[in-house]
Design a protein around this ligand. Sequence first.
Ligand code: ADP
Length: 384
Amino acid sequence: MEFWISVQNGLVARASFITDGCASSVACGSMATTLAQGKSVGETAALQQQDILKALEGFPADHEHCALLAVNTLKAACADFLKGREISASDQTADTKSTPCETCGKQDCSASHRRQGESDKDFEERQKLQSRLCRIRHKIVVLSGKGGVGKSTVAVTIATALTMLGKRVGLLDIDIHGPSIPTLLGLEGKPINDSEQGLLPVELGAMKVMSLGFLLKSPDDAVIWRGPMKMGVIKQFLKDTVWGDLDYLIVDSPPGTGDEPLSVCQLIGTLDGAVIVTTPQKVAAVDVRKSITFCRQLKVPILGVVENMSGFVCPKCGEVTQILPSGGGRTIADDMKVPFLGAIPIDPKIAEAGDRGQAFIECYSSTPTAEIMRAVIEPICKLR
Ligand code: ADP
């Protein structure tokens, strides 16, 4: 594990870390960075193992040593800083509180103004996040009521199709419980590198990919993070990833309508909208309704509902058979007056391409299913 701190006006403005350890060490490292921010270097160096364990609420006893490792490594970074041998640390004395957004420089940018009651730390973090997001033209979140409905597949399809159209695309996977983007794109085991500007995404051709999966030592690692850890990791990913200038950022959100998708939508703030993925059966209907209501409450525009796994494409003749009831997605979309983007059939080649780590829409681009996919995502590719 290794930590970097960046200090402004004597306070830790940003702490980041890398580890090649288990999910628990990632969680402890992440919590240590959260606890350090806004504190003086001395206070940061004084953080104790118990502070991390307390913040993580009920961390498993056999992994408590990861918290000790995190505080000791963080202490070492503070000691280096205090000795004037800072590692990637710079003491910037500029007062950022009253400066406009670093990126767009616009006075009306939300990052230019402190919100009522916002602490120094929260304001600085929001400015940092906003200065990254200002460089991204369109931000789209892919949601689903539950896991396993093809949310990540749809996110990969949208990102790949946009890349094929020559757009600069980022794909961010913050599905904590099943970060499957590295598998679907053949990027398992790729390391995340840190830089002075932040975490560098993995590049796949013209696409930049960042996934929580890159932090897990093995794809079999169980993610046991509790609420505050999850929020810390999601926030760090959004705030610290160096996307540069992008036309589109596609965010593969955790499923459901709980705290995690809520923080994603709130942190990103100005989203172009959400794509909601569902399956055709009636049991999925309740979840889609919840997802639609969730977006409405958060004032996130709904780009549309995609009904995935709708009918089965025969691998021999290509005929589509309705093996399960279909039309659930359309019915709900009509009912709740949101756009229905279309239905993607079950095509064994989609699963096969995903298992091989390739995007179906790219490697089977001339099949009827790829044609259907292009029609489904057309409104997204045409966002102005
Ligand atoms: P989620 O993100 O909702 O958990 P995934 O996108 O990871 O779901 O998909 C789960 C599995 O289903 C993956 O193996 C994927 O390749 C497969 N899959 C998704 N959509 C289809 C489809 N239309 N036809 C066949 N397999 C699919």
